[in-house]
Design a protein around this ligand. Structure first.
Ligand SMILES: NC(=O)c1ccc[n+]([C@@H]2O[C@H](COP(=O)([O-])OP(=O)(O)OC[C@H]3O[C@@H](n4cnc5c(N)ncnc54)[C@H](OP(=O)(O)O)[C@@H]3O)[C@@H](O)[C@H]2O)c1
Length: 464
């Protein structure tokens, strides 16, 4: 199919897409794979800036591309049969994508927030316009081809779990905190000065960006539309350098991980469920997730036939992300585009109470007695039945045990931070997040606690 395209947005991604399309037209690559693609118009706000972008990315011939500022110059142009929405946001972008689909134009977008927030409406609109293809390879993990792979390579498989590091900004920050001992504020400031983090970093650091991406992956894996407000989501803004010190003692590091797992129902008549959440995790150094540093991304898929498979690569950046858009364009032009979301399992339940062992950090009002390490030497004896290091016995022995037990939590070890004697960290046995909330609430009421406890799941050593 010949694609005549209108592009909304000529920024980091849009500039790369125009460059690649015109370069591949010039060098014959598009024709060689059977694709026929012409970019007729780009729509931006700032025409002068767009002209400069076309000069900077002019490796092919982009002289015939018109720069416009009115959406209808593209949406009402009947010669345009493919719209690329590469401008971001969920208001104007929504109007554009919805109008394009309604007008029968194919849509390629890199906009995970738009897709995740309006998925049900978009699917309804697509069902009313069955000739329209919606492609979004660039929306999750930038350059990693995870979307198409889930739509095609895993179509005959049965996915148990999809998890990964899906936000380059926070991974960059966590790498800085780990390797350079940077504080959260220092790491954020550096990410902003290097252009990795937005002026308003909330979506990245509070895990909302991962939440949107993970919900799209969960839809592809399990067929269930995910209401974002039901996804337990914790970001990295409460982490401190103390956590990284503690991680070293535990042979772990910290990564912001999104995880979605399927659970079969015990009854054949009942649908199963999907457990989905986003949280920083204590990740064992032996895990492949631990070695993904800087702005890199990784997705790990566990499935019935394939076992465990892993995709790593750049999660952002002009050419990695533009490459994903180009893959969509080529597949669309060659008639190889798959349905956007092939699976539909509306009855699958979504559970928001995830389980695991947890790391908990608490700061005490008085210094702890012990000198770090784990195990059963010294101290106050077992909490939840197991060993405790020497810590402020008079304050916590009875109370901690009582609070943990009341919340249904066992503490498998308690240690003091090596450099701050009033900072404790503990590992729990396997429990669920709702119990951890109750434990945290109970701890917050203890007289010897100086601030709210911080907790996060510990990735099992056997799990990626
Ligand atoms: N950057 C990445 O590495 C990356 C990776 C994966 C996915 N994405 C997604 O790709 C999309 C674009 O990201 P980006 O980094 O390329 O953004 P960007 O560099 O900020 O570029 C945005 C472009 O959209 C245009 N634009 C914004 N609002 C507009 C409006 N209301 N009307 C007309 N034009 C408008 C801007 O034009 P003006 O300059 O004239 O304002 C600019 O050309 C987003 O959805 C993002 O989440 C980006």
């Amino acid at each position: 199919m010949h694609l005549t395209c209108g592009v909304f947005g000529l920024g980091v991604v849009g500039g790369g897409v125009v460059d690649l399309v015109t370069s591949y037209t010039k060098n014959g690559r598009a024709k060689a794979v059977g694709a026929s693609i012409f970019i007729k118009k780009v729509c931006v706000r700032d025409v002068k800036k767009a002209k400069q972008t076309l000069i900077d990315t002019g490796n092919g011939d982009n002289s015939s591309i018109s720069i416009v500022t009115e959406y209808d110059d593209i949406l009402k142009d009947d010669s345009i049969n493919c719209v690329m929405e590469l401008m971001g946001g969920v208001t104007n972008a929504k109007d554009i994508v919805f109008a394009a689909i309604a007008a029968g134009k194919h849509v390629i977008t890199a906009n995970k927030a738009l897709l995740a927030n309006f998925l049900s409406e978009i699917l309804l609109l697509l069902s009313k316009n069955p000739s329209v293809k919606l492609c979004f390879e660039a929306a999750v993990c930038g350059g990693i081809p995870v979307i198409h792979s889930l739509c095609s390579d895993y179509y005959a498989d049965s996915i148990n779990k999809v998890m990964g590091i899906m936000n380059g900004t926070t991974n960059f920050m966590l790498s800085k905190m780990e390797t350079e001992g940077a504080s959260y504020a220092e790491a954020l400031s550096e990410a902003q000065s290097l252009g990795f983090a937005e002026a308003d970093p909330t979506a990245d650091v509070e895990g909302l960006d991962v939440q949107a991406k993970l919900s799209l992956l969960a839809k592809l894996c399990y067929g269930r539309n995910i209401d974002l407000s039901t996804v337990p989501t914790k970001g990295i803004s409460s982490l401190t350098s103390t956590d990284f010190e503690n991680m070293r003692s535990m042979n772990c590091t910290v990564k912001l991980v999104g995880c979605a797992s399927a659970f079969a129902s015990s009854s054949l008549q009942e649908p199963g469920s999907v457990q989905i959440y986003v949280s920083p995790h204590a990740v064992p150094l032996s895990s492949p997730l631990a070695s993904v540093s800087g702005a890199g991304n990784i997705v790990v898929i566990s499935s019935k036939n394939m076992g465990e498979s892993t995709m790593t690569g750049p999660g952002a950046g002009r050419y990695p992300t533009a490459n994903s858009v180009l893959s969509d364009l080529f597949r669309l032009s060659c008639g190889l585009a798959t349905p956007a979301f092939p699976l539909d399992e509306p009855l699958l339940a979504v559970t928001n109470d995830y389980s695991g062992a947890f790391y908990v950090r608490v700061t005490c009002v008085e210094e702890c007695d012990g000198n770090g390490g784990e195990g059963g030497e010294g101290g106050v004896g077992g909490v939840g039945g197991e060993g405790v290091v020497g810590i402020a016995q008079k304050h916590i022995s009875t109370e901690l045990r009582t609070v943990a037990a009341a919340a249904g939590v066992t503490c498998s070890s308690i240690s003091c931070n090596e450099s701050q004697a009033n900072s404790l960290y503990m590992k729990t046995g396997v429990t669920c997040e709702s119990n951890m909330q109750a434990f945290s609430k109970g701890l917050s009421k203890c007289k010897w606690i100086a601030g709210p406890p911080f907790y996060m799941p510990i990735l099992p050593a056997s799990s990626a």
